[in-house]
Design a protein around this ligand. Structure first.
Ligand SMILES: C[S@@+](CC[C@H](N)C(=O)[O-])C[C@H]1O[C@@H](n2cnc3c(N)ncnc32)[C@H](O)[C@@H]1O
Length: 210
């Protein structure tokens, strides 16, 4: 197996283990920042949710009438997302895959959503660059994840500094897009058992130039 292949296997094993309980690790309610941003999406938007986990965000977007596709490395997450969708009476297209090797296409999404996906700097930048290309003109990238200041807080997120960027490191990630909104700071997060308490986050909305 190649080095990339074995890292992928380890990641999938880690996340599949996390999702083995019937409980939803981050709850079944959507992320607050996504909900606030979704208010300005066009009706029936075509949306890609990166690293969608157990489906709380994709299923909520589908319930709002959007056409939602997802990708996540964890098969168990995908299966729980499909269960959540069935229970909500909506459809999502959910695939298992590594976002760092994923081709999101070109000019085809009204929105791409990345909520609490923490990647090392190089694959993160490469993914964001591909996603910038994959948005239709006027489409938006909606991003929230823990930031550098979260290290050691114990309220959620990874324990590796390399996975927790500062806001300034992110701002050039989406070529051909304007940063419409950005925030770095504390906010109260209540998402399942694993995101609980005041966290330090980066939030970004990047819009592809017309
Ligand atoms: C903290 S969870 C967040 C899940 C979801 N976005 C949410 O907000 O509920 C991080 C997710 O990233 C996924 N993930 C991590 N690295 C990935 C990769 N390289 N490719 C695809 N998914 C990945 C994990 O499987 C996990 O579901």
């Amino acid at each position: 197996m190649s080095a990339a292949g074995s890292v992928r296997e380890q990641l999938a094993t880690f996340w599949n283990k996390r999702y083995q309980d019937p409980e939803y690790a981050y709850g079944t309610e959507p992320n607050d920042f996504l909900v606030a941003q979704a208010a300005s999406l066009p009706a029936g938007a075509r949306i890609l949710c990166l690293a969608d986990g157990e489906g709380r965000n994709s299923v909520w977007l589908a319930r709002q009438g959007h056409k939602v596709s997802t990708v996540d490395i964890a098969e168990r997450g995908r299966d729980k997302a499909l269960k959540l969708a069935r229970e909500a009476g909506v459809t999502i297209e959910a695939r298992v895959g590594d976002v760092t090797a994923f081709d999101p296409g070109s000019g085809c999404w009204d929105a791409i959503v990345s909520i609490f996906l923490h990647l090392p700097p190089e694959p993160r930048r490469a993914l964001h660059e591909r996603c910038a290309q994959a948005l239709r003109p006027g489409g938006v990238f909606i991003y929230e994840a823990y930031a550098g200041g979260q290290l050691g807080r114990g309220t959620g997120g990874p324990r590796e500094a390399a996975l927790l960027p500062e806001l300034e490191e992110l701002l050039d990630d989406w070529p051909g897009c304007a940063i419409e909104q950005c925030f770095n700071g504390e906010r109260m997060i209540r998402e399942g058992a694993l995101h609980q308490g005041i966290g330090v986050v980066n939030q970004i909305v990047a819009r592809r130039n017309p």
